[in-house]
Design a binder for this molecule. Sequence first.
Ligand SMILES: [Ca+2]
Ligand SMILES: [Ca+2]
Ligand SMILES: [Ca+2]
Ligand SMILES: [Ca+2]
Length: 387
Amino acid sequence: MEQKRLVRNILRLYEGYSLSMLQVGTRRQTRSIVSIVVLSFLIHNICGCDSRAKSTPPDVKPQENKNRVDGGEKDVELTSIEPDDWFEDVTSQTGLRFQYRSGRESELRTILETVGGGIAVLDFDGDQRADLFCVGGGTLDPATGVPSGVPCGLFRNLGETRFSDVSSVSEIDAAIDYSHGCVCGDINSDGFEDAFVTCFGLNSLFLNQGDGTFLRSNRKADFGVPRWNTAAALADIDRDGELDVYVTGYVNWVPSGEKHPDVPGPQSYEPVSDEVFLNSGDGEFTCISRLAGIREDRMGLGVIATDLNNDNRIDFYIANDVVANHLYPGGGGIQFRESAELNGLAYNEAGNPEGSMGVDCEDENGDGRDDLWVTSCKKSEARAWTW
Ligand SMILES: [Ca+2]
Ligand SMILES: [Ca+2]
Ligand SMILES: [Ca+2]
Ligand SMILES: [Ca+2]
């Protein structure tokens, strides 16, 4: 909870970001429950959306509070927003200086530029202070549209809201593909939190060496073939004590030097299916997507792994762009049955799919069950569901 609060309070420090969703690598003690992804979107640059917090707290009157949790017949009025809940600009005091690159300076107006990058929270040095992992994104060759990765960043928390840029000394700035999302957790069970980064191309796994440095994994553990990966979540699906990986796929965009007058929408491309990888514990990962029953017809931008229905099984909820969202309740094995529509989590109240961008969960109304918060783009609204 403390980590999530910290991240929410630093979001606005990142000029160029518009973080519509974030999450967190959990402590290893709770790793079997939640370890999620991170993805944010620069849609505001292209589509006019802007989810950045405003520097001046608005004059919110209780009777004008639009924050409601849609509980079906029993809508729940949330507590009024208090001035202390809003952000204070402490940028100059923090030492946090990092900018995600989308490649928009190429002026090609590709769909790749519209999907931004995220931040993950981890305690890489085990000092009980939340450190920050920032995804770098990439640039585009203006002649060919071929993307190149920009290094990621790592900021060590020194306490009292001060951070030190350790990107270079930690070797987290190793060259990787054009990156979007990140999730942190102890993937190799050595007691140190690692970082998994989703990329257009090959994903990257940074293994924490326990001495302040990270080792980028070799290609054998790169989780599949080159494709457009957007977000990821960690959870122990098969209950063997090793964190497994869920990766969302977006669309089959192929780099091109063609300049578009407007950014083509995701409907212009074929979807790229999500992937699920089982962790063998010896550095190898096995793709079980088809066996697990993962659908291949969606465009994922955000994923969360948590036990939504309190049955002690990890569930996955996926925010899909333009098309219906997905819910995979955990069963007794590694197979899932997608059931978002059955549970009222696929569409908005009008029965239409949203342009879902990201997802987070928390028990907002204190009933002991996690609720979902899903962000949407453009003319849509963010939505919350109680479970
Ligand atoms: Ca730390
Ligand atoms: Ca580790
Ligand atoms: Ca496992
Ligand atoms: Ca469950």
